[in-house]
Design a protein around this ligand. Sequence first.
Ligand SMILES: [Zn+2]
Length: 580
Amino acid sequence: MSRCLSFSLIILLIVACESSSSKKSIDEDSELTSIAFERSKGDSTSTYQEVILFYKQLSDMDERVSIEEIYETDSGEPLHLVTFTPTELVENPLKLMINNGIHPGESDGIDATMLLFKDLYKNDWTLPEGVQLFTIPVYNVGGALNRNSNSRTNQNGPAAYGFRGNARNYDLNRDFIKSDTKNSKSFFSIFHQVQPDVFVDTHVSNGADYQYTLTHLFTQYNKLGGPLGKHLENKFIPSVEENLLSKGWPITPYVNVFNESPEKGFTQFNDSPRYSSGYTSLWNTLGLMIETHMLKPYPKRVEGTFEMLKTLIDVSSQQKGEIQKTRRASFNMFSDAEHYPLNFKVDSSTYKQMNFLGYKLENMTSEITGLPRIKFNRDQTYERPTQYYNTFSASDSVRIAKGYIIPQQWTNVIELLKWNNISYERFAEDTVMQVEQYKIEGFKTRSSAYEGHYLHSNTKVSAKTLDKTVRQGDVFVEVDQPGMRYIIETLEPIAVDSFFNWNFFDSILQQKEGFSPYVFEDLALEILKNDDALKLRFEEKKKKDTDFANNWYAQLDWIHKQSKYYEYAHLTYPIVRVLN
Ligand SMILES: [Zn+2]
């Protein structure tokens, strides 16, 4: 097989906004515009324009701070990346990246990160040694521009905030694989440029009421897998929890219940690759979402997020060596493996006992519906052992292929590989190759729209080996590369967030040609006469399946589908696997 052209780099459109001539030394104490959160004593959050102005000012005043515009967002505005680089940066620093405002109504992290950068600027707090800090100040720019005071119906402040949907009403925290938005493409550029060791996405949570202001939603450690997964569960999370508790900020895992009491126990959230931390774990980045509790006063939530960010930076610095070592090892965890695990599900037979600080749940009758309702009584607190189900295991697996061949016409898939820094090559000439091809045997489809899609699930495939003519210009993606997990999770149809499940290949689900029954009758008779084995299977099916036996169209269709007249493309997954 000969291959040519190599495309290995994503498109980076970077415009530096720094004006180095105006940059001053940090000792000259220029006046930084006050932050809306501080000015309003915790009542307000900054507008998008104020946030960007703040970081631009900071980059003008502090040579350790830089701000870049990276590509663009659906709103037409660019996405910004802000970097804090200590004056004496060590070689191979631990890179920690904070993503804010993916849901702009959950603005806690936007404010907390500004306060953190202000403290660093004023030298009120020093970045621990060996750490370089990055932030996307507001990821959902379109949502932040759509400012209102009502869309977070039950949230306790701030006074005004952005909307969850982006400029085209997508939830960006479901967009990391299907990538309908320019925002996600900008994110890919930033993520692969920075290659963070630790990734933090800031949110506000709403499922039940309890005493905690802070909850953490770390990427699921069994799914992250390898030495990094073990490090996360056994060392990183306990250190973060202990550190915060010692500062008077008890924290619990994300309370994954809705409209019921957490005291019954709860299951860890499964952050599949469509979510930020699920996406970053495909590159063995230790990722998490901070989820503050929406009923706690806004100043307390921002303060909690601020303390949590500092704690994450401290613990990352303390565990820098181990995090970087286990990350490196994780990139090789499948080098000798035959199978790749997919579709992680909770193991309900095992749980972790933890102490939970809750409010008593009361059952009463609704004055509106006359039916039962619940209420959390904040005057009645409890501390009680609670079962936390956080062990997951793979419910599926695939044999790891050497590579995938993507016919060149599937440009949407190839574009996304490029954005995600996946290396591939193109065939220099037409080539016949032995490949494995999937037939889609079954799947379910949502009955209502979900993030601009009618997502498939429970996808089943069968595989067969065949010789295929690959065309000049078709793409070969070798699996053995740093983005291996991304390649498998997107290209294997059975994976929960595969491109297949996100409707990229729905055109193969519809049969394009059929038959005219009044003519095909005679041809079908001929087909059966000439194929005894087929005739036998046909007769047996009629015997066993009464519906089939009573449906003349189903019978003709069945014969048509067994014949040479049935189109090959129907339900044939166009990306094929090369096994060796
Ligand atoms: Zn959120």
